[in-house]
Ligand binder design. Structure first.
Ligand code: SF4
Length: 366
């Protein structure tokens, strides 16, 4: 996941991006609040939300959970099931279009993120409608989180971002928004737009951190270093949205000790949520070629289960764990095959916690 924008980025790569300088001063952006048309949405009460969040964070263990899951949190927050509805805003990624690099991350199937995708798609509201219709066939659910998922969802002109997010905010069944992006794609003017969104709805901004180890970020052709993540998290800290970090385990450049160092770093950064998944191979990616040539070893299921439990044990108990395994549509997927059995992995992780008589936060700070 990444983002497009008038990049600010970490100073290390900012010099590569002169053409991306914004035309909007912060003052100009302030004068362009998100326009919801005739739709009226009650302002989102961040302070009341944080109080309720803190109460829920204090109950998951007593309710028999081993970790603070997103499903548990949302059900307690809204009193009902909430589903994410995915939106493809039609953006590209600076790691694909040559702004940071060409080709993208080695695991990312970014063939659809062509550099011509610089303008947001005009059918965001309709995408939400269609997604809700499909989800309602499977679940009894009335509330949805609009999830700007593929590519880099802060990588557009400021006015385009405001328009994109407003389409989601105008949907009456959208109770929250999640925006996936790269940590080097949130310049101050984008942060202001995110803050505008967060005045209207519960917002989670997801930064693709992946790992704290720069050698691994270089291996995956990530195009940013860990300092960019630290910078984005620090600049998000006093704003009224949640910060979620995406983490990848099973990188061939890392030992289990390296991965647990990343767990301690995520804990130190004090973010609100984390998404963890194993490295998996998607067809027609550079990683697929490396794997086919025998250059990449993937974790076995038991090894992953033990590592993810080690990881979660080191997180603070109030951090929401949004995801603990990864998969992709089977048409695109190559390996490891165990990764496709998501219920089996979740069960194995539960069993490993039970076997250890352990829980999230047991080794927080250790
Ligand atoms: S995974 Fe990498 S290449 Fe793909 S969208 Fe995200 S930052 Fe861009």
């Amino acid at each position: 996941m990444g983002g497009q924008c008038q990049l600010f980025v970490s100073p290390k790569i900012a010099w590569k991006l002169p053409e991306m300088t914004t035309t909007n001063s912060p003052e100009e952006v302030d004068r362009q609040p998100i326009d919801l048309g005739d739709f009226v949405r009650e302002p989102w009460d961040w302070a009341a939300y944080r109080r309720r969040r803190s109460e829920i964070a204090g109950t998951w263990r007593a309710d028999g959970l081993r970790y603070f899951s997103l499903g548990y949190f949302l059900k307690n927050l809204y009193g009902q099931r909430v589903q994410k509805v995915s939106i493809d805003a039609g953006l590209t990624c600076p790691n694909v279009d040559g702004t940071v690099a060409y080709g993208g991350c080695n695991f990312c199937d970014n063939r659809s993120f062509s550099p011509s995708r610089r303008m947001p798609r005009r059918d965001i509201f309709q995408q939400i409608e269609a997604g809700i219709r499909l989800l309602k066939l499977r679940y009894r659910v009335d509330k949805f989180i609009a999830y700007f998922q593929p590519a880099t969802n802060t990588y557009a002109e400021i006015e385009d971002l405001q328009w994109m997010y407003a389409q989601a905010l105008r949907h009456p069944q959208v109770c929250g928004m999640a925006i996936g992006t790269r940590p080097d794609c949130v310049p101050p003017e984008v942060m202001q737009v995110l803050e505008q969104v967060s005045k209207q709805v519960m917002l989670s901004v997801e930064y693709g951190m992946q790992t704290m180890h720069d050698r691994s970020l270089a291996w995956m052709n990530r195009g940013h270093d860990h300092a960019a993540t630290v910078d984005a998290v620090q600049r998000s800290r006093d704003l009224s949205f949640e910060v979620c970090l995406h983490i990848m385990l099973s990188l061939p450049t890392e030992t289990r000790a390296d991965m647990l160092e990343t767990a301690r770093e995520v804990a130190r950064l004090g973010v609100d949520a984390v998404k963890i998944h194993n490295l998996y191979i998607v067809k027609k990616t550079p990683l697929a070629m490396m794997w086919e040539q025998g250059d990449v070893r993937l974790m076995e299921r038991d090894e992953y289960v033990e590592t993810v439990v080690d990881f979660i044990e080191r997180l603070p108990p109030e951090m929401i764990v949004e995801r603990i395994s990864g998969d992709a549509p089977s048409d695109y997927f190559l390996a490891p095959t165990w990764s496709l059995d998501k219920p089996g992995i979740l069960l194995a992780i539960e069993q490993e916690f039970a076997r250890r008589d352990s829980w999230q936060g047991k080794f927080f700070g250790k």
